[in-house]
Design a protein. Structure first.
Length: 88
């Protein structure tokens, strides 16, 4: 959907990025870090966004079946996957 970008790094963080306008009178935008949803004790190696598409009629961040729309799974050098949901 392009709402945001999630990245992982060997600095042991997962970062959330969002596109914001550079100035009010232009259409030019840039990506800025808006959060670190995960800080880990191992180097991060992978990330994937899972779940359904967001729905404008849905104000509680869930799909029609009750599944969160904003969910990601991350992996680190420890060889374990972790699942995270955005707060409702």
């Amino acid at each position: 959907d392009g709402e945001y970008l999630l990245t992982t790094s060997s600095d042991q963080t997962t970062r959330l990025w969002s596109e914001v306008p550079t100035a009010s009178e232009t259409t030019e935008c840039r990506w800025i870090e808006v959060g670190r949803p995960q800080v880990h004790g191992y180097d991060m190696t992978s990330i994937v966004c899972v779940g359904g598409n967001s729905n404008d009629d849905n104000s509680d961040n869930t799909e029609g079946g009750g599944e969160p729309c904003h969910r990601f799974v991350s992996g680190a050098d420890e060889k374990m996957l972790r699942v995270f949901d955005a707060p409702a």
